[in-house]
Design a protein around this ligand. Sequence first.
Ligand code: ZN
Length: 164
Amino acid sequence: MTSIPIGNDAVVALHFVLTNAEGEQIDDTHDGDPVLYLHGAGHFVPGVERALEGHHAGDTLTVTVSPADGFGEREGDGPRAVPRSAFPADVELDPGMEFVAEGEDGQEVTVWIIDVQNDKVVIDMNHPLAGQTLTFAVEVLSVRPATATELAHGHAHGPNEHQH
Ligand code: ZN
């Protein structure tokens, strides 16, 4: 198989190690399956996608992204506590989980769980990594053209096509 460069409509598989500005490791995808994404569809970290343009399978690169090119600037009033009863009773709540809720004006908003206490849940409207300068050490595993189905769906499909 010929190697194609990373560009729009390529499906990229990669591993990365993520560290924050203090050099603390936040994530290492080697613990699990590679990240698979459709390039140019806005699903991966914008600054990293840009840096990956033109790279090939086998390449490694280290990219530092500002909040604007990462998970965004922090906005709003910060974390706040809401009653546990605001969430479905049958769902186990853990820090880091993401929920889509209906905002006061009826539009959908995403909230992240920061902490779970007895009858209260601390939530934040900001992504947990918002406002942070982040460094990704990326290892490109494979690059292939997206299939027609993937392009129609607007996202990459894993080894089994049923994972979404
Ligand atoms: Zn799909």
